[in-house]
Design a protein. Structure first.
Length: 253
């Protein structure tokens, strides 16, 4: 199943893991992200015990790049459409993908069974728009572009409404955190500008899981074994044993 229809847009997907296993959808962050961020980090480990669906968000990877529709409700509609055929499923997200996972769970509580939110931009004010989170993220990405952004990222910025949509995005409020009604795990990096989100989670929802691991914003890469193990432990209720299986042994479909 290389492509699925989102909310009026064609989205590229890949699946890993045994058919019939509990389903998990995994969403990446914006701009430099695509499904490879999970494909080459935690997804193969998660796919030993779950059926994993990886998605290129609109405008990213091999998915369509429409000129508009990068606002929260449209992205949630995409996520709902691309998972509509699944049984109730868990969701794992990184950065903006974590916010997408959170809001998908709030919009469709009957569909989402569990959440793992890696590096969601939840600072003290929880601001998503360019005035804080997106601006900091943009600065970080630009500092990493020694030879300038890729053609795909430049086209996304120049030819779509993504920056304006981010600027208009509403912050994640405490009420949204309080409304999480499924088991949830938050993971933050010690060297990340979003690390203070851990304090907010612990203050507003001390009943939810929250860990701070060594690493930066790309925590699934910086702390790949720890993040992979934490995801599997949260989803299955037990630590994944090191059975010596090679990632090439995972069933890809």
């Amino acid at each position: 199943m290389p492509y699925c229809d989102g909310a009026g847009v064609r989205l590229h997907v890949q699946e890993l893991g045994p058919a019939g296993a509990p389903p998990v959808a995994m969403f990446h962050g914006l701009f430099t992200g695509n499904l490879a961020a999970w494909y080459f980090s935690a997804a193969p480990t998660v796919a030993r015990s779950h059926r994993v669906r990886l998605v290129d968000l609109r405008g990213h990877g091999l998915s369509d790049r429409p000129p508009t529709g990068y606002d929260g409700p449209s992205m949630v509609a995409d996520a709902a459409a691309v998972t509509a055929d699944l049984e109730p499923f868990a969701v794992v997200g990184h950065s903006y993908g974590a916010l997408l996972a959170l809001r998908l769970a709030l919009a469709h509580p009957e569909r989402v069974t569990s959440l793992v939110l890696v590096e969601p931009p939840l600072g003290p004010a929880g601001r998503v728009g360019r005035g804080s989170t997106a601006a900091a993220t943009s600065n970080r990405w630009q500092s990493a572009w020694q030879d300038g952004p890729s053609e795909q990222v430049q086209a996304l910025v120049d030819e779509t409404s993504i920056l304006a949509d981010l600027d208009a995005e509403q912050p994640v409020g405490d009420d949204e955190l309080r409304a999480i009604a499924v088991p949830a795990l938050f993971l933050f990096g010690t060297e990340s500008p979003w690390c203070d989100g851990a304090d907010r989670v612990r203050q507003v929802r001390p009943d939810l899981g929250c860990q701070v691991l060594p690493g930066g914003h790309d925590l699934q890469l910086d702390a790949k074994p720890e993040v992979s193990a934490a995801i599997v432990e949260h989803l299955s209720g037990e630590v994944l044993a090191d059975d010596g299986a090679d990632e090439d042994e995972v069933a890809y479909g």
